[in-house]
Design a protein around this ligand. Structure first.
Ligand code: ADP
Ligand code: GLC
Length: 494
């Protein structure tokens, strides 16, 4: 595909631990790939650097014939580089192929916890961002790092510039401030940074190394994934101890709402759906509902709404409040006898266990533990409501997908939810808000939505159509990233 070349074209290397379709644990993977493709469509030269995990097959990729050496502090890693493309776009993806560090089943670890050598794994990736330029003969103007795994990219850029290397502009996007990449101080050598960086104004935070903090301090620009979250993370309640560090970068911290890739999430052409539907034919959702009910062993009926969930099973997503033995909201919702619930998820072992236990007890609950793209699409289409009782939510993509599928979100009042869902009211609305992330408020909001489904179906239908007509495309977000890149470049030049 020939790129439209413009005078103001930028060259950007995204350095990331996840990108669909190659590796995904959550929304980061969706966001990185969709942003890269949108920027590519507007004529920018955007490429991606990521590890070659075990699941990424080498046979469809090009292997560079020469070995790729990356120095990380005192250690020199010799690896190979593979090259591929993102879908049918012209976005080039470079894979660092280090058998010992990356050829594993998980991205960060297993359901029992993170891999113990994650600092080494992701420091290699971050340093590779600087070695790849000379290797492939392409020096990007902007390095765009995402989340803690690559948060030391801006730090490395500063340290190299201090000894005379050209400095690319650096942008760090925080997809979730709850994950900071903290490691014992003794592991510092694995990061390739030096003891000089071990100060409270840099890497050190409450006696540990904190990669995200160092990234925030050193990046030319910092972004996060919704305007509301950009405000929240500067407060002690939502800043996870980095609120002051973030507040100090307020002038260079920008909230840009994620978009949706409507080529992938669109009920009008979703290949996983037997019956595609539009706002006018939204009643066809019932076909997907029957499929899900029969595949998941729920009673097949149109007389009950279906609440869907597709999620990482972690504290952030509200599973403690939902499913803890003795006080979770889920039993209340199920015992009403007014709704069915279908949950697809994977994550912490204890939540997998609680949910399985509840699924044995309640016939109107079905739980699938695992990661399943097809079922995620089916649940979006089949459900009447999509439950996201998150303790906090930087942006949230599932509620955006739900809106497009006419599946009304039931969400907590925080982060990206506030920016994207309009509460049900006499004037309409597109979803339902949970006042706070606690069990009683979750069941209250869910049962209010279910009650409306039973008694005011016309209202639900109006809300559905309104939700389906909303658009949160990447074409809105991409120009905001371009402005951020330009500001970062201006900061480097000044
Ligand atoms: P987060 O990134 O915090 O997990 P988001 O709502 O931004 O939350 O994105 C989650 C993404 O991961 C969505 O695309 C969702 O469909 C997907 N996802 C999460 N868990 C699963 C699963 N078990 N199977 C399939 N897709 C999943
Ligand atoms: C994170 C956040 C989520 C966001 C996603 C993509 O994982 O938890 O809210 O949508 O990143 O930016």
């Amino acid at each position: 595909m020939l790129k439209k070349r413009r005078k103001s074209n930028l060259s950007v290397l995204m350095v990331t631990s996840e990108a669909v379709p190659f590796a995904k644990s959550g929304g980061l993977a969706d966001a990185v790939s969709a942003l890269a493709q949108e920027l590519d469509r507007s004529g920018h030269d955007v490429r991606i650097l990521m590890p070659r995990y075990q699941g990424i097959r080498r046979d469809s990729l090009y292997r560079y014939p020469t070995p790729f050496s990356v120095r990380v502090g005192q250690e020199i890693y010799t690896t190979a580089v593979y090259e591929g493309r993102l879908g049918d776009s012209s976005v080039v993806v470079y894979f660092v192929d280090h058998e010992e560090l990356y050829a594993r089943e998980g991205i960060y670890g297993t359901s029992a916890g993170g891999y113990p050598d994650n600092l080494r794994r992701f420091s290699l990736l971050s340093h590779a961002a600087f070695a790849i330029g000379a290797f492939i003969g392409w020096e990007p103007e902007v390095l765009h790092a995402h989340d803690w795994p690559t948060a030391i990219v801006p730090v490395i850029a500063q340290r190299r510039a201090a000894i005379g290397a050209a400095k690319p502009a650096t942008v760090l996007t925080i997809h979730n401030v709850g994950y900071q990449g903290t490691f014992p101080v003794g592991e510092l050598p694995h990061s390739g940074l030096s003891w000089i960086d071990l100060s409270e104004s840099q890497l050190l935070h409450y006696d540990s190394l904190n990669l995200l903090k160092a990234g925030i301090v050193n990046a030319d620009m910092v972004t996060t994934v919704s305007p509301q979250y950009a405000t929240e993370i500067r407060t002690p309640r939502r800043g996870f101890s980095l609120d002051k560090v973030l507040a100090a970068r307020k002038e260079n911290l920008v909230g840009i709402l994620n978009g949706v890739d409507y080529d992938v999430w669109n009920p009008e052409k979703d290949p996983y759906l037997d019956a595609k539907y539009t706002p006018e034919t939204v009643a066809l959702k019932d076909r997907a509902k029957h499929t899900v009910q029969s595949e998941l062993g729920l009673p097949i009926t149109n007389e009950m709404p279906l609440i869907g969930m597709v999620s990482r099973l972690v504290d952030q997503k509200g599973f403690e409040e939902l499913a803890s033995p003795g006080f979770g909201a889920l039993p209340d919702i199920l015992e009403s006898g007014e709704t069915q619930v279908a949950i697809l998820g994977s994550g912490e072992e204890r939540y997998e266990y609680y949910l399985r236990t509840l699924a044995h007890r309640y016939r109107n609950l079905s739980v699938v533990i695992g990661f399943d793209e097809r079922l995620a699409h089916l649940i979006e289409a089949a459900s009447d409501f999509f439950l996201m009782p998150s303790r906090y939510e930087p942006c949230g993509l599932n509620q955006l997908y739900s809106l497009r599928y006419g599946t009304l979100p039931i969400v907590t009042k925080c982060g990206g939810f506030v920016d994207t869902v309009e509460p049900a009211s006499a004037r309409g609305g597109t979803g339902f808000f949970i006042e706070e992330a606690c069990p009683s408020a979750i069941s209250e909001a869910a049962l209010a939505a279910v009650g409306m489904w039973h008694s005011e179906h016309g209202r639900i239908d109006t809300m559905r159509r309104a939700a389906m007509k909303l658009r949160f495309g990447w074409e809105k977000a991409a120009p905001s990233y371009v402005s951020v890149y330009e500001r970062a470049l201006a900061a480097v030049r000044s």
